[in-house]
Design a protein around this ligand. Sequence first.
Ligand SMILES: *Cc1c(COP(=O)(O)O)cnc(C)c1O
Length: 397
Amino acid sequence: MTEVFTGNFTQQEPLPEAALEAAMAVLRHGRLHRYNLKPGELGEVALLEQEFAAFVGAKYCLATASGGSAIGLALRAVGVKPGDRVLTNAFTLAPVPGAIAAVGAEPVFVEVTDGLVIDLDDLAAKAGEAGVLLLSHMRGHICDMGRLMEICDAANVTVVEDCAHTMGATWEGVPSGRHGAVACYSTQTYKHMNSGEGGLLVTDDEDIAAKAVLLSGSYMLYERHKAAPGAEVFARHRMEMPNISGRMDNLRAAILRPQLAELPRQIARWNARYRAVEEGIRGTPGLTVVERPDQEHFVGSSIQFLLKGWGAGAVGEVLERCLKRGVELKWFGGPDPVGFTSRYAHWRYAAPPELEQTDGVLSGLMDMRLPLTFSIADCELIARIIRAEVGAVFQAR
Ligand SMILES: *Cc1c(COP(=O)(O)O)cnc(C)c1O
């Protein structure tokens, strides 16, 4: 009998009861706007900012309307201007070059390695071309952060970290997002905490923090922020920053706070699922597992593997055969973007040059979500299906 998987790759778990109760409390009092507070009330957004700052060990935190909006605010706050060039990974998700385009700047794409991280040799070669690196820890893969910071410090490049896939991850024990000048996280449904849309920005730099708060649309009510610098810092910037409206509201913050408390437990559950798939597919002929470095404590909310040198026809066959058995693999090497799988060559507004190494990696890159609604047994079944179908196509060729 051929086994078929019947689970849904885009189904999240329900939110915790505590989140439902917190949401109802906000809905009952009606003060959804973050600055709409009773005397003495801190508000859900300000509390979330304090708690998230403590979670990653940052001085300052700003909650935003989305991860992409956090990145846009961060780029502006570190001084990116229209026409500037910004270094970024060639392998990332569309909102990353999109955030660069939104400030009128121009991405300079850096190659990816077959470990799925930014190629540090290519970064070193290109570091002189820009003053800012928007580093995307795409799919949760973290590069050698010590070497990356050496390269960027030597070239005077400010590092903005996109931690959409590394919320809760660490590199050598340091929380992801704490190496660069500023880091951005997403609380969009498919990330590690779910508020539909939402984002968080953290930094230890008081000027970046104040500018980001002002840019996010604080209507000069910045003293209602708690994980923010003092009024004297805002005084330096309050007339200089445009209001770009990208705030979070109390309803979303209310449902995020209980999820933040649960995040370490959720990460352990994700990683158990990740390891079950990884073990199950390891050793499949023709398939390369992406090995994780010891310095990295990652969050296995998705898994990637490589079909190196396979060619589009064979990869297409694997996709089709797995899908027939209920396993939804995504491919980052397709000629056309499907869903979220667009890659640098599809971002024509950025006039990307050809990146041979990245093309080689992406041509065989398979990607799969691991929602927490999957059981460990589900993950073992998925791995058996991938193993069988990859093996069958590989043998036939
Ligand atoms: C989701 C995502 C973002 C942006 O987050 P949104 O909240 O959807 O705006 C940025 N970078 C990466 C790598 C992402 O996956």
